[in-house]
Design a protein around this ligand. Structure first.
Ligand SMILES: [Zn+2]
Length: 574
């Protein structure tokens, strides 16, 4: 009779706790790691040959927006493909609970723009069998999952539920409403929310707006409101808050709450993300983090953007130019409205001016001349002719050929193709020294996965694989021991996923087996697997032999086993 469910034989264990690597077999039974040492192969119902491979804890992805996708994709891919065994949803203050039935479409409209999840996909793919946050967690709990899921209580839905989103935007909230929202936050945490999340980007230069081009309800939050939420969380004596916005706002939150704060985001100098470059030099941000943490004694973690940048986009649903008013105005509305606006020469004058002033598309620094027309939909009139003339050419080439300004060259092609024209930026590489400085800074949590969001534009949910395959293997920015600690235990600790993120006897068996010489992301591809016939941009992974969640294998060599051993993790009780 075999003693163990799985024996992982002959691998190199890197345990996520920065223990120097060692060779050992790992025995797994009943969802737990039960032995790390010498184990007989004959004692396993299943034996995984791990010779030459690394055996490590699964990754903990703190920054995701799988709040809708978890209902149609149990493995929360891309994360599930890239060795992630636990995700945290409900980031940036966005989410779907609590939500009155009559406000569901409004909630989905917000997410359709600020995180760019297609509206039809959400409408068709979500069960909406909840009103309260507790009922939402119950629904996630019942849904089959291939990864563990923990959730923040997002603040935007609290405003919607208590005061109404649009009313709260106009006149904020009364003391009674604020008190009621704080009670709902505490109730949400009592049933398992790990804290709260918020986006506080203000009005100017805001990169993630509501569906109508106005700031999100949390963006204009006053200190009175934010302080009240912080003190409410602090009164429970547990929990963490995630905040996308200024570092000083995160410091204020840490002081008011006495709790850890996860601040978004630490960007390396010379790096671009989906919203353009950083507002602050990374050295200044790291210095300020050190002051806040080491001198003032706060706990402010930094989500560090640790992927190189590449984007594909169409103007059908693009929202990543929202920080620039003329682009924001032109990209709000129906597809037909947007097409008319993008064809308008008067609007283009302002776009050209920004382009001249700041360089690059949207003033964000993407080199416009190098952006390529990589795809034109076959359904548009004259598709054949458009494809022959433009597909595969850069904007710089088209502008030169047609004697046009680059902005005109790009928008003329977009308009001719009824906005169903895909553009692609080249890969923009962050200088390795700068990446090293942010990724190894003391409070950095690698990532800004954004899994489940911006699904047609970016594939940053590959970050864990990129850390191992590019930044550690190619550029040696840190040891593998440190990388696994930063990808698993450190984020688990920061967000309060207790007892996870490391590989040890007695711990839940969230385990990956991978080849450190070959682990890598595969090229970007367009996958037509979203509800309502929608597509998304993805990158799969290679080099992962096994991904095991709670002792059950979910992926073998990249192939999904269809197993759904993931659990809802309730903060405070799990
Ligand atoms: Zn986010």
């Amino acid at each position: 009779m075999p003693t163990y469910d799985i024996v992982v034989k002959g691998g190199t264990v890197i345990d996520g706790l920065r223990t120097p690597r060692y060779k050992a077999d790992v025995a797994i039974t009943d969802g737990k790691v039960v032995q790390v040492g010498k184990v007989n192969a004959a004692d396993g119902s299943e034996v995984v040959d791990a010779a030459g491979k690394v055996v490590a804890p699964g990754f903990v992805d703190l920054h995701t927006h799988y709040d809708s996708q978890v209902f149609w994709d149990p493995w929360c891919t891309m994360s599930g493909w890239h060795g992630v065994t636990s995700v945290v949803i409900g980031n940036c203050g966005f989410g779907f609970a609590p939500c009155k039935p009559e406000d569901r479409d409004r909630a989905m409209l917000s997410l359709a723009r600020n995180e760019a999840v297609p509206l039809k996909t959400m409408q068709q793919g979500m069960p909406w069998d909840w009103v309260t946050f507790e009922e939402f967690l119950g629904s996630v709990d019942r849904t089959p999952k291939g990864v563990n899921v923990m959730a923040f209580v997002p603040l935007a839905p609290l405003y919607g539920y208590v005061a109404g989103i649009d009313k709260a935007k106009e006149q904020r909230v009364t003391d009674e409403e604020l008190a009621r929202m704080c009670d709902l936050l505490i109730e949400g945490m009592r049933v398992g929310g790990c804290g709260f999340s918020s986006q506080n980007l203000g009005e100017v230069g805001n990169v993630q707006l509501d569906f109508d081009g106005t700031p999100m309800v949390t963006d204009l939050m006053t200190e009175r409101e934010l302080g009240a939420f912080c003190r409410a969380m602090g009164s429970l004596g547990r929990g963490v808050a995630q905040m996308t916005g200024p570092l000083e706002t995160a410091a204020f939150m840490a002081r008011e709450s006495g709790r850890p704060i996860i601040w978004n985001a630490l960007l390396a100098d010379g790096a671009l993300n989906q919203h353009g470059g950083a507002q602050q030099s990374h050295r200044d941000a790291i210095k300020r983090l050190a002051e806040l943490n080491e001198q003032e004694g706060l706990r402010v973690f930094a989500q560090a953007l640790t992927t190189n940048f590449r984007s594909e986009f169409t103007f059908e649903d693009y929202n990543l130019s929202d920080a620039v008013p003329c682009w924001r105005e032109a990209t709000v509305g129906t597809v037909e409205e947007k097409r008319v606006k993008l064809a308008d020469p008067a609007r283009r004058a302002a776009m050209k001016e920004i382009h001249e002033q700041r360089g690059g598309l949207f003033g964000a620094g993407y080199p416009l001349a190098e952006i390529k027309v990589h795809w034109i939909s076959s359904d548009v009139p004259n598709a054949r002719e458009l494809k022959d003339t433009y597909e595969g050419y850069t904007i710089g080439e088209i502008a030169a050929r047609e004697g046009k300004h680059q902005i005109d060259a790009m928008l003329d092609v977009a308009v001719a193709g009824e906005l169903r024209v895909g553009f692609a930026t080249p890969l923009l590489e962050t200088p390795p020294q700068n990446m090293k400085e942010i990724a190894t800074s003391s409070m950095a949590l690698p990532g800004v996965s954004d899994g489940g969001a911006h699904t047609k534009f970016v594939t940053t949910a590959r970050y864990a694989t990129e850390m191992l395959g590019l930044w550690v293997r190619e550029h040696n920015i840190m040891s593998l021991e440190e990388a696994h600690w930063r990808l698993s235990y450190y984020p688990a600790m920061a967000a309060g996923l207790k007892g996870r993120g490391f590989l040890a006897e007695g711990a839940p068996a969230d385990v990956i087996v991978y080849d450190p010489d070959t682990v890598d992301s595969l090229p970007q591809e367009r996958l037509w697997d979203y509800p309502a016939g929608e597509w998304r941009l993805v990158q799969k992974a290679t080099g992962y032999d096994r991904i095991i969640v709670n002792g059950i294998t979910t992926f073998i060599d990249g192939e999904c086993t269809q197993a759904t051993p993931g659990r809802l993790l309730r903060h405070g009780t799990d």
